[in-house]
Design a protein around this ligand. Structure first.
Ligand code: ZN
Length: 136
C-alpha cells in the first residue's frame, strides 16, 4: 500500500488575519474556512489548489510548536510541513517503524479538516517535517 498523493502543505504564519487575504484575494485560491485544533494549539485556515490543500497555521499559545517554529525563523512564517495522504496511518506508522524511521506520533491522532494524522521525526526525513493523514 503506497502513499496516495500530497494532501496538503503546512505553512506557519504569525497571523491568519494577515495571511488569508494574500492566499484568497491575491493568489485567488478557494478558501475553506478556519478551524481551531486545540490539541496542537493552532488555528488553521485551508485553501484548495487542485487536489492539494494549503494549510495555514497560526499559533494559539506560546507553547505551540508553531510558535516555536516562528520564533526560530526570526518571527516570520514559512513552510512547516508536507502531508501525504494514505488510507491507513496506523499501518504506515508500523511499516515505517520497521524500516527504522523515527516517529513523533506513535499512533494516529485527530488533526484539522476531520483527518487522522501522525508526524514522522525530521531526523529520519532529511529535516523535512512529514505528516501522514487519512480521512476519519
Ligand atoms: Zn498538516
Amino acid at each position: 500500500m503506497s502513499l496516495k498523493r500530497i494532501d496538503h502543505i503546512g505553512i506557519a504564519v504569525p497571523s491568519l488575519a494577515e495571511a488569508i487575504p494574500f492566499y484568497r484575494d491575491v493568489l485567488g485560491m478557494e478558501y475553506h474556512g478556519e478551524e481551531v485544533v486545540a490539541d496542537q494549539k493552532v488555528k488553521t485556515a485551508f485553501f484548495e489548489i487542485g487536489e492539494v490543500h494549503i494549510e495555514l497555521l497560526e499559533p494559539t499559545s506560546p507553547e505551540s510548536p508553531i510558535a516555536k517554529f516562528i520564533e526560530k525563523n526570526g518571527g516570520r512564517g514559512g513552510i512547516h510541513h508536507i502531508a501525504y495522504a494514505t488510507d491507513d496511518v496506523a499501518a504506515k506508522l508500523e511499516e515505517y517503524t520497521a524500516k527504522g524511521v523515527a516517529l513523533i506520533d506513535k499512533a494516529p491522532r485527530p488533526g484539522a479538516n476531520n483527518k487522522l494524522i501522525a508526524f514522522l521525526h525530521p531526523k529520519s526525513t532529511g529535516s523535512v517535517l512529514t505528516e501522514l493523514c487519512q480521512p476519519k
